[in-house]
Design a protein around this ligand. Structure first.
Ligand code: UD1
Length: 417
């Protein structure tokens, strides 16, 4: 299994380009299930999760091809098998995003229950409840969710809590329902708005995506479209946190600063100079960072997917930072690994108190999930000596060419098998 070796201590410097967003790409690919025409996506990040989604859609009968500029064309002319099998769903929870589109288009779907995962229980009850309210008959048997509906019917859905993929699933399903659906307490994440933009280009009638009330007037059919995937705000934030932690100076191109204001604010609070322009973000950190307090919450608040990376910054900061995780109940596994590098972190329930230390020391650590692995990369970049990160496949799920991009910024990093 691949490992990353990092020789820490080099301040990152230079310029790189941000990739398309994983969390936008996955729902957008599922939107192809809603039409028999071709959906073409550009700015597609080349990631393990995107390949998993290609496999999942292909085995249902979707024709998938890569064009010469690495755009992805998806054509679901006929769907032979509206099933998402356990083998694929267990490796990627976002597979649940096929459920809404399949039941809306085919009148039936079978999707393996995602089950537990490293960062908590993460149920999908709200996806199921919402589809039932739209008229689907749902049963759970032998670990599979089976959904059936002749034609879904619009309804008012009040979400018990904010769920990103839940909102996306129900918004996609509602596009082909009869009548109007109103999703209240919808997720406001920019990826929801990006999906709505693509669905609108496909002929859907959606208002309010990106706010907490999304209204969808169902239509009888959707058509093909072309869509450029938004910039990855989490990848952007990860590189900025890495630059800040190493005392570096970087410029990121192809970014969308408007989608990560809460993150930029925390980086500024830690002492970084951040300049955001049109599609560009420049960051320079001249002194040792200051400890900052972070509380994760749904967008536009600070994203849970950036919590681990900020913890790495706090780990070497001057002072103490208190990190509160309100979205997932078991998302501090990286803290234990960071302690192996010499970080001083106390965990109590969903709160981590991070007492900054002057220097981390390289050691062997293990990646436990996608964003945890990114935080260990940041910690490795600042640690003295060599850090070896095992189970790097977690990182490949969500970061395109991360070693190449970090190497371009001067990091001493390499992959070994
Ligand atoms: C999405 C992102 C993930 C991010 C997360 C929170 C994608 C592909 N993934 O995941 O990177 O960390 O948003 O910003 O976009 N919940 C329920 N019942 C449900 C659904 C969710 O109780 O039916 C709970 C979850 O356990 C969690 C909270 O709601 O505590 C938010 O989860 P949710 O927004 O659904 O996360 P995902 O959409 O899976």
């Amino acid at each position: 299994m691949d490992k990353l070796l990092i020789q820490g201590g080099v301040p990152l410097a230079g310029e790189i380009r941000v990739s398309g967003a994983k969390n936008a790409a996955l729902p957008l690919m599922c939107a192809a299930l809603l039409t028999e025409d071709e959906l073409t996506l550009s700015n597609v990040p080349h990631l393990r999760d995107v390949s998993t989604m290609v496999r999942l859609l292909s085995q249902m009968g979707v024709e998938v091809s890569l064009d010469d500029r690495l755009g992805l064309s998806l054509r679901a002319a006929r769907l032979s098998n509206p099933t998402a099998p356990y083998e694929l769903v267990k490796t990627m929870r976002a597979s649940i995003l096929v459920l809404g589109p399949l039941v809306a288009r085919c009148g039936e779907a079978r999707v393996s229950l995602p089950g537990g995962c490293a960062i908590g229980t993460r149920p999908v009850d709200l996806h199921i409840k919402g589809l039932e309210a739209l008229g689907a008959e749902i049963s759970v048997e032998q670990g599979y969710i089976s959904a059936k509906a002749k034609r879904l019917k619009g309804a008012r859905l009040v979400m018990d809590l904010v769920t990103v993929t839940g909102t996306e699933n129900l918004m996609m399903a509602a596009c082909l329902a009869e009548g109007t659906t109103v999703i209240e307490n919808a997720a406001r994440e920019p990826e929801v708005a990006d999906l709505a933009q693509c669905l609108t280009a496909m002929g859907a009638r959606i208002r309010g995506a990106g706010s907490d009330v999304v209204t969808v007037d169902g239509v009888a059919r959707l058509r093909g479209a072309s869509h450029r995937i938004m910039a990855d705000r989490i990848e952007t934030g990860t590189f900025l946190a890495a630059a800040a932690a190493t005392g570096g100076s970087v410029t990121l191109h192809g970014a969308n600063p408007g989608t990560l204001e809460a993150v930029l604010e925390k980086l500024r609070e830690s002492g970084a100079e951040v300049r955001a322009g049109d599609g560009t973000i420049a960051l320079a950190m001249r002194d040792r960072p200051r400890g900052v307090n972070v509380r994760t919450a749904p967008y536009p608040a600070f994203p849970t997917d950036m919590q681990a990376q900020l913890m790495a910054l706090d780990a070497i900061a001057d002072g103490t930072g208190v990190i509160t995780e309100t979205i997932f109940e078991n998302r501090f596994m990286h803290a234990l690994e960071m302690q192996r590098l010499g970080a001083d972190i106390e965990i109590s329930g969903n709160t981590a108190v991070v007492h900054g230390v002057r220097q981390l020391q390289g050691a062997n650590v293990m990646a436990t999930d996608l964003r945890a692995s990114a935080s260990l990369v940041i910690a490795g970049l600042v640690a003295e000596g060599e850090t070896r990160i095992d189970r790097i496949y977690h990182l490949d799920r969500g970061y395109e060419c991360i070693e190449e991009k970090l190497a371009q910024l001067g990091a001493r990093i390499r992959r070994v098998t």
